[in-house]
Design a binder for this molecule. Structure first.
Ligand SMILES: O=C(O)C1=C[C@@H](OP(=O)(O)O)[C@@H](O)[C@H](O)C1
Ligand SMILES: C=C(OP(=O)(O)O)C(=O)O
Length: 407
């Protein structure tokens, strides 16, 4: 039976814990696509327990011609390019929300390269019918300001295309570290590429055998930074997290220093310690959109006046994250000001926590971003299983840190 909600408090407000953080679904899903494209010789260790990754593993093995990615954005986008490049006739579908997340930019690019793909329902959105592929050109342009996942998807299949690929990125490129992560992983498996200004060139070549150990998940680590920031006293060791990471969400170190957390790295991970926090805060999240909810809640909980910009992609993620944040923070007496599609302002009064129920909108990051509020009073988080998308052990790890759960 699935649980409707979790009632969360903290035993003392003081935390001393070691957290065996799970690994990154972003790295895992790229490595799995590369492994499948290589055919053999690639060994992957420490793959993520995230449902998005477990879904990718299952679908890459499946012989069905209907593949259901559930709510996994990377799985949908990466498999669209993978099934096209490997000329596999497939119907790709997902949850109702996934069928509301745009994919036209990627489909148009693949069709320009020579694919035949049609929409089963709504133009520009899954479900998709991939019918076949014969490469007709090596040149394609893609907008960089909607989702970097379209670009990563094209890049990973590029070396396997008979003519290779020259990809021109147009407009502003957001979530850029995710594109860099893709290229760095490809290069780990022997691929050479050129990237000059907005043009990425990848000649035809083969992925080389190699081993890769997936790193711990910086996006998941953000909730531990938030917990440390809201606790009365904290010393939290996050195991296996690397300072020099492929993941752009490692920007958290710098970002959370301003919000009162110092990161001390050693060979086993990072220890979070409390320092003084700024009274006002401003940050552009264009390159780390998955951190925005965590930071908005930290600022609201600490009464820090903040301006968060670069949020344009938040409206097309697991839910409209700007609307969801506004709706839920209002329950705690914090009225977010939303400016267009790309900026929110946190007013600077402190959130009042007294047993409110937080709706999660089928978005794992809503559940995990609001859970640390239990350090200020009781909170009730709706649909706790929502975290399974990226961090199934989240509630178990909270227990290690003294959080108390009652259903
Ligand atoms: O490539 C990836 O692994 C991801 C890219 C980002 O999406 P966008 O590029 O759509 O912002 C991020 O939000 C998502 O969680 C994972
Ligand atoms: C946006 C996310 O994932 P995806 O786009 O891969 O569904 C996320 O994990 O926050």
């Amino acid at each position: 039976m699935t649980q409707d909600s979790i009632r969360l408090t903290h035993s003392s407000g003081k935390i001393r814990a070691e957290i065996p953080l799970s690994s990154s679904k972003s790295e895992s899903n790229r490595a799995l696509i590369i492994q499948a494209l290589a055919g053999s010789g690639i060994e992957l260790d420490n793959l993520a327990e995230a449902r998005d990754t477990q879904t990718m593993i299952r679908l890459l093995k499946s012989e069905d011609n209907v593949l259901d990615v559930l709510d996994a954005g990377t799985t949908m986008r990466f498999l669209t390019a993978y099934c096209t490049a490997t000329n596999r006739e497939t119907i790709l579908t997902g949850t109702p929300r996934m069928c509301d997340r745009p994919i036209k930019i990627l489909v148009d690019a693949l069709c320009e390269l020579g694919a035949e793909i049609s929409y089963q329902e709504k133009e520009g959105y899954p479900p998709l019918h991939i019918k076949g592929f014969q490469q007709s050109t090596d040149q394609v342009s893609v907008r960089g300001d909607v989702s970097s996942q379209y670009i990563s998807a094209l890049l990973m299949v590029a070396p396997t295309l008979p003519l290779g690929l020259t990809l021109t990125l147009t407009g502003t490129v957001s979530s850029r570290p995710y594109i860099e992560m893709t290229l760095q992983l490809m290069s780990h498996f022997g691929i050479t590429y050129g990237w000059e200004e907005n043009i990425i060139t990848i000649p035809k070549q083969t992925y080389q055998a190699n081993q890769y150990t997936i790193e711990s998940d910086w996006s998941g680590a953000s909730y531990w930074y938030s917990i440390a920031a809201l606790a009365e006293e904290a010393e939290i060791k996050i195991l296996r997290l690397k300072e020099n990471s492929l993941q752009g969400d490692s920007a958290l170190v710098e970002l959370m220093r301003a919000l009162g957390i110092q990161s001390e790295f050693d060979e086993t991970g990072v220890t979070l310690k409390k320092i003084a926090a700024a009274k006002e805060f401003e940050y552009d999240f264009s390159h780390c959109p998955d951190l925005a909810q965590t930071i908005a809640v930290v600022c609201a909980a600490k009464g820090i006046k903040a301006r968060l910009t670069g949020l344009h992609s938040l409206r097309i993620k697991e839910t409209d994250r700007i609307a969801a944040l506004q709706q839920e923070l209002r329950k705690f007496g914090v009225e977010l000001e939303v400016i267009g599609d790309e900026e929110i302002r946190v007013p600077g009064n402190k959130a009042q926590v007294n047993g409110q129920m937080v709706a999660t909108y089928d978005d794992h990051r809503m559940g995990m971003a609001f859970a640390p509020l239990a350090l200020l009073g009781e909170v009730v988080i709706e649909d706790p299983a929502v975290v399974n998308k990226s961090y199934p052990s989240f509630w178990k790890h909270l227990e290690l840190a003294g959080f108390v759960q009652n259903s």
